[in-house]
Unconditional design. Structure first.
Length: 569
């Protein structure tokens, strides 16, 4: 049995050494400090008790360490997955708190199962189904949706809506109900976290901190906000401030949702979407970090690793997890060499769960809301829309549509709309590919578009290049355009189709080529093919038409032109 094919740890565990151990321990300390407040905050964002975030930050790290392929990936709760989980579970549970929790855990189970199935099928290519503009638009819109949703907690009011604009309307309607003590704590935490992110590292460096001390101090900014806000609530005895309350110190037992089969079916689509979005984010982060160390990740192995992490989360009462961008970058920058850093991080969170959670009773929701707002606004790529508008209008519209639908109709509808638009736009592009009449560049054997270059054309022969493989979406279009070109150039007696950009010809396109050959023949025009790639010619050789066209296929375009001219003379 090839262990490396199924177990990611088989690539690094046999070579594990003391140097790696020291680096992984240091990284674990830094990430643990960052992860504890994040886990609590993201659980609340997912509509779950704060301790569920801690449960979802332990077992998944262990499972990923066994099956994952990235050396620096840190899996756990993230903002976008938390929002998607909350939306799906909320729509399913309709206000039933116990059913909401069951659904949240079920989403993790099903998402994990789907990812493992795709991993066993070696289907890592599914990451390509979500284009960068769609993912960018989805993340940006989700970040705005999350930030607006957290403003209610920051101000001490309940402001929840199904969409961005519903939430905004509810928030405005309750503006007179603001709790000013909560607002003061929340805004103070927000300003502190923003300032710490913007100037913190520079200030710490000016104080002489560097290396591990610098990283720990910089990442401890949320911990400072938590400690000060807890002290403020305790000293002021602010009973109007909503806090997380008592957090259990015991570990969760094994858990499996007690849902009927019909309920599992209802949750399947959102579970698949959460899993795929998480997988795309994980693979993107994994590739970026691996490239910095001249390493590589295996998308198929990542499917297994992320799937196992989600199932592990569900088994211990957690919810959907994925590879987080911020924590993975922190893990990498702190020097993590292997996923053993995640194992040590899980141990740190375990100790925090057992011994530190009683100290968090008076932790205000407003402070956690500030933590989330600062984190998610950092996910927005403000330059992406401008770049897409300049570079590709089709991608810009995919981005814009995704953003708009997420804000108007919710996260699931937004990502589905973006994917559907991208696929339709791709099919539209394939159905009408770029086509050019080409001529010979004087003094060379190169042929270029007559509209872009000064080229020499041959009397009686038209050379056409199509820059796309030939499939059923563009087969009929090719018939129409080639016949139109031939009819529009009186005196044409041969048409040469340059095939150097054609990688595949399906059955529909083959039939169209036969019709083109037949119709051109009826017009007194001979069809020639040039620069047909070997695999494409092997495919054509299996058809009956090949016998008729074989003598009119040239190795180079220049050879084919000469062949056509000789036939005409």
């Amino acid at each position: 049995m090839n262990l490396q094919k199924w177990f990611g740890c088989a690539h690094w565990l046999p070579q594990y050494n003391r140097e790696w151990l020291a680096s992984d321990l240091v990284a674990a300390v830094v990430v643990t400090i960052m992860l504890i407040p994040q886990s609590l905050a993201y659980a609340l964002l997912a509509g779950l008790p704060a301790e569920v975030g801690l449960y979802a930050s332990m077992a998944p790290l262990l499972a990923y360490a066994v099956f994952g392929s990235s050396r620096a990936m840190a899996v756990g709760p993230v903002a976008v997955a938390s929002l998607m989980s909350a939306a799906a579970a909320g729509q399913f549970a309709q206000g039933d708190v116990a059913l909401f929790y069951q659904a949240s855990v079920a989403l993790a189970f099903m998402g994990g199962a789907v990812l493992i199935l795709l991993g066993l099928l070696r289907a890592g290519f599914v990451a390509n189904l979500l284009s960068h503009p769609v993912v960018g638009g989805f993340v940006s819109a989700s970040a705005l949706l999350i930030a607006l949703g957290q403003l209610g907690s920051l101000l001490g009011v309940s402001a929840k809506g199904e969409t961005f604009f519903e939430t905004a309307v509810v928030l405005v309607s309750k503006i007179t109900q603001i709790d000013w003590t909560t607002t003061a704590i929340g805004l103070s935490a927000l300003l502190w976290l923003w300032a710490a992110r913007k100037w913190g590292k520079g200030v710490l460096k000016s104080l002489g901190l560097k290396g591990l001390g610098l990283e720990i101090a910089f990442r401890a900014a949320p911990v400072v906000a938590i400690v000060i806000s807890i002290l403020a609530v305790t000293v002021l005895q602010a009973s109007t401030v909503r806090t997380v309350g008592n957090i259990p110190t015991n570990l969760p037992g094994l858990f499996f949702p007690s849902l009927e089969l019909a309920s599992w079916v209802d949750l399947l689509v959102p579970a698949v979407l959460i899993a795929l979005v998480g997988f795309v984010e994980t693979v993107s982060v994994g590739h970026a970090l691996a490239a910095k160390r001249k390493q590589r990740i295996d998308p198929n192995q990542e499917l297994l690793g992320l799937g196992a992490a989600n199932i592990a989360s569900g088994v211990f009462g957690g919810y959907s997890v994925t590879g987080g961008f911020s924590r993975s970058v922190v893990n990498f920058d702190a020097g993590a060499q292997t996923p053993m850093a995640g194992v040590f991080t899980a141990g740190g969170i375990l100790l925090a769960t057992l011994f530190l959670t009683p100290l968090l009773t008076n932790l205000p929701h407003a402070t956690l809301a500030a933590t989330i707002i600062v984190a998610v606004l950092g996910l927005i790529d403000w330059h992406l829309p401008k770049m897409l508008w300049r570079y590709s209008r089709r991608d810009f519209f995919a981005y814009g549509l995704t953003v708009l639908v997420v804000l108007l109709a919710g996260v699931e509808a937004g990502i589905i709309a973006g994917v559907v638009f991208s696929i339709l736009a791709l099919l539209a592009g394939v159905s009408r590919p770029h086509l050019a009449i080409v001529g010979q560049v004087p003094g060379t054997e190169h042929f270029r578009n007559e509209k872009r270059h000064k080229v020499r054309l041959v009397d009686g022969v038209v050379s056409v290049r199509v820059d796309e493989s030939l499939y059923f979406p563009n087969a009929r279009w090719l018939e129409d355009v080639l016949l139109e070109i031939a009819a529009g150039k009186p005196g044409t007696r041969a048409l040469v189709l340059q095939c150097n950009a054609i990688n595949h010809i399906d059955a529909s396109a083959l039939e169209s080529l036969e019709k083109i050959d037949e119709n051109l023949g009826a017009m007194g025009i001979s069809l020639y093919l040039s620069e047909v790639k070997g695999p494409v010619q092997d495919q054509l050789a299996l058809s009956d038409w090949y016998k008729a066209i074989q003598s009119r296929i040239g190795l180079t375009h220049l050879d084919t032109l000469e062949m056509a001219q000789q036939a005409l003379s």
